[in-house]
Design a protein around this ligand. Sequence first.
Ligand SMILES: [Zn+2]
Length: 353
Amino acid sequence: MVPPAALQLSSSPASFLVSLIAEELHNFELLELELELNLELELELELELELELELELELELELELELELELELELELELELELELELAGAGAVAKMEVVIVPVLEDNYSYLVIDQASRLAAVVDPVEPQKLLDEAKKHGVQVVMALTTHSHWDHAGGNGQLKQLAPSVRIYGGQGDNAEAVDEEVNEATRLTLGETEITVLETPCHTPGHVTFVARHADQPAAAFTGDTLFVAGCGNFNSGTAQQMKTALVDKICALPDDSQLFVGHEYTVKNLLFATTVEPDSQEVQDRLAWARARREAHEYTVPTTVGAEKATNPFVRCTQQTVLQYADTTDPVAALAKVRADKTAWGRRK
Ligand SMILES: [Zn+2]
């Protein structure tokens, strides 16, 4: 059966329309797909760019790290150089150092520093806090105290030191009965302060067990702590001893050390001692020069310690008891008798002053 024309007419454009719409739809779908593909591609591109950026950043970071490493290496090298320089400098300074600490009216205490170990000894710490403060200032640890003799103005701080620093070991001469001594020493004693060795000279006379401590470090002059046995251009009172003992202590022990040995004495009596020395050896230019030097030092508020064995041999009338001028002064050929006479005259001269 043939469909009515109207229907034919109406159905044909309709099917055309349908097919048109279908085509359009198809086209649209295709476009959408294309767009989607495009979007995907764009996304991919973006991702690629992002990756590239990330890579660039990574590279930059790597470069930065490399630079930092280089800087670190440079710093390390600089530090190494500084250390080397410091070490070279340290080689130039003393490995054993003695710090002078004036105490009471005219006494001297000392801080002996061993640079390598940063350990220290104190000598006659009558005002212990002053010495501990000095040690702190130098960044060193006080491990021992050396007592030259029992008199209060030398040993009188030992008990207090023990309270302030209980670990400090206190040494004193055999039979001298100095305050708070942990261990008595004699000429067989060897004490070790880091790389510094400390030995003892028995120098009795001023007190029965007076000792002189001698500190030594390789390639350095010895440092002797003479207490009240030897002063600059002087010597201590004989109190419990004899002229023979003092002659042995001064001439045969302390001044038998090498001439460049440094002597750290117990009191600042130098100007008075040299004034007296001019009465024993009035023609000595060396004594006159030494007196002028000592006066200048004192006027400038400077110490006259340390002295040296060489200087004492040249100007100390007690040490010089073996010399012709002093023997003539004492009108004797016996050095011990000369020493006794010089000591007696010094005491009388002191009373007149
Ligand atoms: Zn004394």
